[in-house]
Design a protein around this ligand. Structure first.
Ligand code: PRT
Ligand code: ZN
Length: 210
């Protein structure tokens, strides 16, 4: 038996459920149940907040998970990734108020930056020799410059319309992300065999879509 953790409700949920179904795995899901069992594959599905998924898989509470690389790497467990899934593509970017001068990343030296990704951003700034003050906030990051909390932000971007709507301009791509399948490091031989079957089916689903 394998336990797979997916996001309960959010941007990853629908594509995660669709992928499992396209792998030929049948299950009944209802919005109030946090756990369901597949009827034709030894798989149990847990519905969790995406932020909790890497830790649960690292600890072996869940055997597998589907999560964005942004959340996985920020949590500090990049080694759990076993398969890129090709959906929920986005980027983690730095942005500044549209009217502000910005020649290079050196412009952020000594500045306040609001983000939900202090680990990924901290590493990126260090690699670029820039020291900034990071303010970790968990949501609505794009509002920070307009309320005087920070001179810049670092947040997830996909279409760019949220930045635009908040008078911000994207200036650096810090990290590129997509949804990935992750697995706990200590699967049994039987579980590894099931994981291989699952990955084989996921790869076939992706190939069929190309
Ligand atoms: O409740 P829970 O904690 O499970 O969910 P959540 O609110 O933390 O996550 P959710 O559902 O918003 O996102 C889940 C994952 O989807 C993220 O971790 C990313 O891997 C991926 N993803 C893809 C995105 C986006 N696109 C995205 N556009 N996550 C967030 N956004 C947000 C972004 O934060 C910003 O506020 O959308 C806004 C920007 O979008 P654009 O299109 O205006 O640029
Ligand atoms: Zn989350």
């Amino acid at each position: 038996m394998l336990r797979l953790a997916i996001q309960k409700s959010g941007r990853l949920s629908e594509d995660s459920l669709t992928l499992i179904r396209e792998c030929g795995i049948n299950f009944i899901s209802s919005s109030y149940k946090l756990k369901t069992e597949a009827t034709n594959f030894p798989l149990e599905i847990l519905f969790l907040r995406d932020d909790d998924i890497p830790g649960y898989v690292q600890d072996g509470v869940a055997d597998l998970g589907i999560v964005g690389q942004n959340v996985l790497v920020e949590a500090g467990f990049p080694g759990l990734e076993v398969e890129a899934l090709g959906f929920s593509k986005c980027r983690l970017s730095l942005a500044v108020p549209r009217a502000d001068a910005y020649a290079s990343i050196a412009a952020l030296q000594g500045k306040n930056i609001a983000t939900s990704y202090p680990n990924i951003l901290g590493r990126y700034l260090a690699e670029n020799g820039v020291q900034s003050h990071l303010h970790t906030i968990s949501g609505s990051v794009e509002i920070a410059p307009s309320i005087g909390l920070a001179e810049a932000i670092c947040d997830i971007v996909s279409s760019g319309s949220t930045l635009l709507g908040n008078g911000l301009r994207e200036v650096e791509t810090v990290f590129r992300s997509e949804a990935v399948l992750i697995a706990q490091p200590n699967l049994s031989a039987e579980q590894t065999e099931l994981l291989d079957q699952l990955r084989f089916r996921m790869q076939a689903v992706r190939r069929a879509k190309r």
